[in-house]
Design a protein around this ligand. Structure first.
Ligand code: IPD
Ligand code: CA
Ligand code: CA
Length: 270
């Protein structure tokens, strides 16, 4: 049956097979907004495969993708797609990347699928039905003490502009002695929080295609996703995000806000 979930899974697996085939091959790469903001021919080819698959099953649904933007229709349902999350890793032969596909209706995320082709891990969630990795239920961790946590973060391509004090946020949490990883794929970061590999994640200014699928997967794994004001995320625009179990996510928020307070109130002098 062509359910939303099945279609998302098939599209992600098809694109995953293509990315696996192209990994470490000769391919064209170009820069978008900045030198390191890359797009490879595989981003575009994966996106085309996913869109074709979705349109084969649900021709009336709207689509939002990273590489080709909005394809609007009259439908309430929008497919939100990152055909290759972790492009810089892919372009440099590092096997940490994935495909991220979500279906949203207004601001509700109905389905989320993240597929990591190099590890053959498929993370899935449907609203109200739990989260799974390769069909096995997954859960966020129960660590509630920030000092004991293991975190992951990322930086936007505009990191040199230091949006939202993201460099000071990172520096502050690392200075607390917390091991913090930067994998280079926000969707995988969220899938790994949902699976209990990391306790929490934060990143400034993600796009809907980076976070929609992963947000549902984290929630269905028993966690929360909030913005830097502690509010629910808006899946129609860029947003900053914190994910983890409800206590740890709040702990991260408190630390980020402490940093904001210092810099915004001018308590910091160089
Ligand atoms: C990027 C990755 C990275 C995150 C950036 C994203 P892309 O997406 O998710 O981890 O730090 O903010 O833009 O360009 O690889 O699809
Ligand atoms: Ca992305
Ligand atoms: Ca991408």
């Amino acid at each position: 049956m062509d359910t939303l979930l099945n279609t998302a899974i098939e599209a992600a697996r098809n694109a995953g097979a293509l990315l696996k085939e192209g990994f470490r091959s000769q391919f064209s790469v170009s820069s978008k907004t900045r030198y390191h903001d890359l797009v490879t021919e595989y981003d575009l080819r994966a996106e085309a495969i996913i869109m074709e698959h979705i349109r084969g099953s649900f021709p009336m649904h709207a689509i939002l993708t990273e590489e080709s933007g909005h394809h609007e229709t009259n439908s309430d349902l929008t497919w939100v797609i990152d055909p290759l999350d972790g492009t810089v890793n892919f372009a440099h032969g590092i096997p940490l990347f994935c495909i991220s596909i979500a279906v949203i209706s207004n601001n509700e995320i109905l389905v989320g699928v993240i597929y990591s082709p190099m590890t053959d891990e498929l993370f899935t969630a449907e609203q109200g039905k739990g989260a799974y990795c390769n069909g096995n239920p997954i859960k966020v961790t129960e660590i509630t003490t920030l000092a004991k946590s293991f975190l992951v973060t990322g930086f936007p391509y505009s990191v040199s502009d230091n949006p939202g004090y993201c460099i000071e946020h990172f520096s502050h949490l690392v200075s607390m002695g917390i091991p913090v990883r930067r994998l280079g794929s926000a969707a995988l970061d969220l899938a790994y929080v949902a699976s209990g590999r990391f306790d929490g994640f934060w990143e400034v200014l993600l796009q809907p295609w980076d976070m929609a699928a992963g947000s549902l997967i984290v929630r269905e794994a028993g966690g929360i996703v909030i913005d830097y004001h502690g509010k629910q995320l808006n899946m129609k625009s860029s947003s900053s995000i914190i994910a983890g179990n409800s206590i740890l996510a709040q702990e991260i928020l408190i630390e980020l806000q402490k940093v904001d307070h210092v810099y915004q109130s001018g308590e910091f002098h160089e």
